[in-house]
Design a binder for this molecule. Structure first.
Ligand code: FES
Length: 167
């Protein structure tokens, strides 16, 4: 076995059975069609990215899905976060922490504990996105979800443009 392969095998072996199950059979993978909340978070240290879409009705997360570009820990913890949040209120989901995810899994290897933060942050961002859209609709500032998405995109482009000019 090459040094690199031995390193991969070692790190996989450090995960417990439940984590390996969520890594190999991740739950709720994909994108919620006609969702009303979107969050995407990247981890600058390793470059991993987690994206969460959800559908909230009457403040309950009726559906939630994730997509991850990342390590086994990021995949397993994202799967768990969707399981923990599905069918729950947004208030409950907003209280979820990375420690809750690690505890649910019965622990993660020391160097992988930060992976659980990705999906938790993406979940919270998706709820923020949902609540902001709801508020702006209520105040008559946006008419539809696509109107909100367009405004959010334009705002992001403005921010990126400003950041470029300030370099
Ligand atoms: S190593 Fe980056 S999220 Fe796991």
């Amino acid at each position: 076995m090459t040094k690199v392969l031995r390193g991969v095998a070692m790190s996989v072996l450090e995960y417990n059975e439940l984590t390996m199950d969520h890594f190999q059979n991740p739950r709720n993978v994909g994108v919620v069609k006609n969702g009303n909340g979107y969050g995407k978070i990247g981890e600058p240290g390793c470059g991993d990215i987690c994206e969460i879409t959800l559908c909230v009705e009457n403040d309950i997360i009726e559906d939630i899905k994730f997509r991850v570009y990342g390590c086994a820990g990021a995949i397993a913890t994202s799967s768990v976060v969707t399981e923990m949040a599905k069918g729950k209120s947004i208030d409950y989901a907003l209280q979820l922490t990375d420690d809750d995810v690690v505890e649910y899994l019965g622990g993660l290897p020391e160097g992988k504990k930060h992976c659980s933060l990705l999906a938790v942050q993406a979940l919270h961002q998706a709820i923020y996105d949902y609540l902001l859209n709801k508020r702006l609709e209520k105040e008559g500032k946006v008419n539809t979800r696509s109107h909100f998405d367009r405004l959010a995109d334009e705002t992001l482009q403005e921010i990126l443009q400003r950041a470029k000019q300030n370099k």
